[in-house]
Design a protein around this ligand. Structure first.
Ligand code: TRP
Length: 418
């Protein structure tokens, strides 16, 4: 296998320049990379095209059936509804599990805002389900270094946000016996084995490759160029000797939004050369902004998203005022032609957070037929979100500095495997 095989698997023969183009744009104007996601279409990114472009695999019914068979549990609605829609090597992870061999989960967050919004919760909700279902260790990387390098933040501020965000993450319900959360700025200097793996990755990737994968240019500072090795290192069990006792062969599964895939294409490419298993991946689609899938959630405009700290009243106002409607201009027209669930943001949000399949299906049918108006969908969404965030806020209140310290202390974890 050539050194760049995985990186190039989706576009063999393409020049680096072409790879960069295809990384940043497709013919429909969809842009997907770790720093930029945008679509020209009101229905958002074309995910089937993205699977082809990235060379990943679709999560199909056969895979879903296998997960249910192996775990003896119904799959999470994020999987059932195609919110997590793509994967790499999930079959191998299931085989390991069947053979009672260990694996671990790895996910992360770049702490760039004070509080998480609904979209940020998606990978953590999925990860919690995977942790509960498979009973495996979980590591969560907070890339405060990344946010320092990319945003106008001081190191101290980025590090503070990492700790704030860790509390929101803990409030998703992770089990402290099975979960290690770390800030890069705090942890890497304390763990030589982690730094060793960063160095190993850095020596294995050339500047040309990094330019091809991430589109970095000549005037990008070298911090950016070195960073992908930091996000790669947690994929390897030997980076956490206090959890895995020095074993370097425990494979990992990474639930993440698909914009993070370039980091892990690079990681999968170098892993065999370092004698490590390739990380498996589970990719989610993007969470749309309130104003619609063709617009962006913006940290500087609080009306584009709902934050975990929003009050019941703020939730209501934001949904009522800003959630893009798939309804018609007049009630008469709506009754005659019906609404469009594919663009209606209240409906889209319900597919993420309304767990009852039968009710969701009924809502979709009645909105499409014109029987239900957008106001009904908004009301339903407001109820669901107010309840969900009230629970999240209760759990967050219970997270003390001691809880945070517990999760963030390097220590052995207790699961079925260790
Ligand atoms: N780069 C990610 C972000 O900006 C953070 C991150 C680090 C991450 N490691 C990860 C995300 C692993 C998903 C999986 O949000």
């Amino acid at each position: 296998m050539s050194a760049t095989s995985e990186v190039n698997e989706k576009m063999s023969g393409a020049s680096l320049e072409e790879q960069k183009m295809s990384l940043n744009d497709d013919d429909a104007g969809d842009v997907v990379n770790p720093w930029n996601v945008s679509s020209q279409s009101q229905t958002g990114i074309d995910y089937n095209k993205l699977i082809k472009r990235f060379g990943s695999s679709k999560i199909d019914t056969e895979l879903l059936d296998r997960i249910e068979k192996v775990t003896g549990r119904p799959v999470h609605h994020f999987l059932r509804r195609g919110i997590f829609f793509s994967h790499r090597d999930l079959h191998s992870i299931l085989t390991m599990y069947e053979e009672k061999k260990p694996f671990f989960l790895y996910t992360g967050r770049g702490p760039s805002s004070e509080a998480l919004h609904l979209g940020h919760l998606v990978p953590f909700i999925m990860t919690k389900w995977l942790q509960d279902t498979f009973d495996v260790p979980l590591v969560i990387q907070l890339t405060d270094d990344e946010k320092f390098l990319w945003k106008d933040l001081t190191l101290e501020e980025a590090n503070r946000l990492a700790h704030e965000n860790a509390k929101d993450i803990i409030a998703c319900g992770f089990d402290p016996a099975k979960t290690f959360i770390f800030s890069d700025l705090d942890f890497i200097g304390q763990c030589p084995q982690f730094y060793h793996n960063m160095c190993r990755v850095q020596r294995s990737v050339t500047y040309n490759q990094i330019k091809g994968i991430f589109g970095f240019g000549d005037s990008d500072h070298i911090g950016k160029i070195a960073f992908p090795a930091v996000q790669a290192a947690p994929s390897f069990s030997s980076s956490f000797p206090f959890i895995f006792g020095g074993r370097k062969d425990v494979p990992c599964l990474i639930p993440c939004a698909i914009d993070q895939d370039p980091y892990f294409r690079m990681t999968r490419d170098v892993a065999p050369r370092l004698g490590f298993p390739k990380p498996a991946l589970l990719h989610s689609c993007f969470f749309p902004a309130l104003q619609g899938a063709a617009t962006k959630m913006s940290a500087s405009d609080p009306n584009t998203s709902i934050f975990v700290t929003d009050t019941p009243k703020q939730i209501k106002t934001k949904v009522n005022r800003h959630a893009f409607s798939g309804g018609r201009d007049t009630v008469e027209e709506h009754r005659r032609l019906g609404g469009d669930c594919a663009v209606d943001i209240s409906y889209q949000y319900l597919t993420f957070f309304l767990e009852d399949d039968a009710r969701l299906e009924q809502i979709c049918a009645d909105y499409t037929s014109g029987e239900l108006l957008t106001g009904f969908l908004k009301k339903e969404l407001i109820d669901v979100l107010q309840k969900m965030l009230a629970e999240q806020q209760e759990r967050r209140k219970a997270v003390t500095d001691d809880t945070l310290k517990l999760f963030m202390t390097p220590r052995p974890l207790t699961t079925r495997f260790c």
